[in-house]
Design a protein around this ligand. Sequence first.
Ligand SMILES: NC(=O)C1=CN([C@@H]2O[C@H](COP(=O)(O)OP(=O)(O)OC[C@H]3O[C@@H](n4cnc5c(N)ncnc54)[C@H](OP(=O)(O)O)[C@@H]3O)[C@@H](O)[C@H]2O)C=CC1
Ligand SMILES: Nc1nc2c(c(=O)[nH]1)N=C([C@H](O)[C@@H](O)CO)CN2
Length: 240
Amino acid sequence: MMRKMPIIITGGAQRLGLACAKALLAEGYQVIITYRRMRDEITQLEAQGIACIQADFSTAAGVEAFISQIRNDYSALGGIVHNASEWDSEEEGEDTSLLMEKMWQVHVFAPYRINLAFEALLCAGAEHDGQADIIHMTDYVAEKGSDKHIAYAASKAGLANLTLSFAKRFAPRIKVNAIAPSLLIFNQHDDDEYRKKALNKSLLRKEPGEQEAVLAVQYILDSHYMTGRTLSLDGGRHLV
Ligand SMILES: NC(=O)C1=CN([C@@H]2O[C@H](COP(=O)(O)OP(=O)(O)OC[C@H]3O[C@@H](n4cnc5c(N)ncnc54)[C@H](OP(=O)(O)O)[C@@H]3O)[C@@H](O)[C@H]2O)C=CC1
Ligand SMILES: Nc1nc2c(c(=O)[nH]1)N=C([C@H](O)[C@@H](O)CO)CN2
């Protein structure tokens, strides 16, 4: 059965989130994305039929403003993909007294508050479509830790734990799952030395691209019997 209720993808104006937004739109979903920084592509996405909402989850006020706007504009939701994220490192001279709070804010506080606030909208969507979905974009390092992205990894572990709690709280009408990628796509600034080192961290030694995340989101949305679980997209990194 085609899902008719709108799907929100946070941080959907670039890279994995944008690829997922375009794929779901092509499948016939109503798609809403959030973006933090305005860019020319936003106009193009709106012309294609993707609703674009400006939202900055770095403050509680920003999260509440987003919640209010969705509640005002929509009476039901088919799902939300918590994709918005910053991959900050202790190596970049960041003020580590602020880094953990910054990572926790975007990766844990925002999904936590938004999930609780949108329960009724998601249940209304489930009444219409038969089910509704919450998907948390976590990370391989949530399980393994990271010596260069300590606060980031801890916050992704917090997000992974939210998957378990919300799966229990929202069943049976709302499924709650996570996707834990390792390397899917490099950043433009990644140099050859970094790329070679990163590729050698997995058994399959490849940069699979955005489509790997698209397939995982599509599987979860099409599934009728998975909740509280994580799809690991890591090329066998756990066996290296
Ligand atoms: N790329 C990869 O290989 C991997 C990705 N992941 C996870 O997958 C997801 C997507 O990854 P990727 O596409 O690389 O993500 P990006 O690093 O491209 O970030 C996605 C978006 O998040 C938005 N964002 C960041 N901070 C905030 C904030 N405080 N409030 C609102 N929006 C914010 C940004 O918006 P704007 O640009 O408008 O500022 C950005 O466009 C992330 O959760 C990431 O942690 C995990 C492992 C590997
Ligand atoms: N928000 C982001 N999170 C992560 C990114 C990214 O670009 N943005 N990239 C990675 C790496 O690909 C890592 O998995 C392999 O080096 C991790 N998280």
